[in-house]
Ligand binder design. Sequence first.
Ligand code: CS2
Length: 477
Amino acid sequence: MEAGLPVDRLTRPETPRPATGIVHLGLGAFFRAFGCVYVADAMQASGGAWGIVGVSLRSPDTRDALKPQGWAYTSVTLAPDGPQTRVIDVLNDVLVAPEDPEAVLVAMADPRVKIVSLTVTEKGYCHNPATGHLNANHPDIRHDLSHELPRSAPGYIVRALQRRMAAGLPPFTVMTCDNLPHNGALVRGVILDLARRIDPALADWIASEGRFPATMVDRITPATTDADIATVERLTGRHDAAPVVHEPFRQWAVQDDFVSGDRPDFAAAGAQMVDDVTAFEDMKLRMLNGTHSALAYLGYLAGHETIADTVADPVFATYVHRCWAEIMPAVKAPEGVSLPDYADALFDRYANPAIRHRTWQIAMDGSQKLPQRLLGTLRANIDAGRDSPALCLAVAGWMRYVAGTDEAGSPIDVRDPMAVLLRKTATDSVPGTVTALLSLEQIFPADIAALLAAPVMQAAALLWSQGARAAAAEVAP
Ligand code: CS2
């Protein structure tokens, strides 16, 4: 295409729209690059009316970008040998919850809707990360307890289920797709707790009729940039204001437990439908997300912009292998899976130079991520008498990061629901900072904090005195 000529806007293909069967809360890039693609593939393979109404819980940006395109968008697979594009057209509408909460509840209470799925990130569950239980003091939960029109994702689910019970409808299945430990049980617990505070009979009905399958989701999907939008324009000859970019790899393990068995034929799209996702989830949260966070904090501190840049640095390539060596003894592999092969595949995925996944993006919300990504592994290793110097360095890396100043003395833009508290908790002295941060029980249960005090103190002393790169080299020679 010649530079400077106006290009057409992407429009939705003239194919019939399937009726809406799914409402998705938290329509970010990840779900559009993952869940929507599986649903498109499942309908292509086996049919079914599984159109999706997406809900943005905060900003109107995605709705505003997709509306002129009839909700269609381009999904770009970034393989190391070049990109491939595909138009995804499973969205039937996008609602912006704060603008019209009633419209969201009406959509969720529609009898044709069988599934409400969620990618609201860890903090969207309004739970205590250390215990997994509802945080009843969360401002949005306090609001939702006293108002019919909610603000939080759990609030929307409970109020919509309340309408369905009153209308004599079956509940929808609640399918969480966030990286939380035992995510199905966790969201069930949060929903039942909130429902019980509103109406015990509603909680009883949800407990007996509702279904909350656990899922393990996996596809690396960096935030879309202006450069990605320009690339899509170059590749397709059309302007798409909200494409998604992602790696070729995808894996979805889904607990096959849906209300009346009603769901898309996910297996036809390559998902693994299983009775128990625990082994998949433990492996992925610990091996992938645990090392992602470790590389994010230490890589950022060492001045690396992306995960691919970080693992291209031989020090961090060795370091991440050392992390996997510490993690593998604490993970029970799903049947038929070799953990060393899984680690090798992860390394190749991280090294994909086409994926520009910023360390800063992954470093976000560490207070909500650390328990399931790193602390479970550390507890298992300590219980078994195994040292974990590389993982302790990752925890120290998080501490240095949230203290808010990088190695050159510049401020770090720390994004975390606890950012203000974390920065206030950090002190001028390294041991003081470690002790104070370990005493935050929302993140570190007291017993883990006590066990981690000595090794994390040692890692922190190394990190603050030598810097992230030299410290990584020291623990992983
Ligand atoms: C990442 C994940 O941002 C993060 O915290 O670790 O989003 C990761 O890319 C996905 O879980 C991969 O499936």
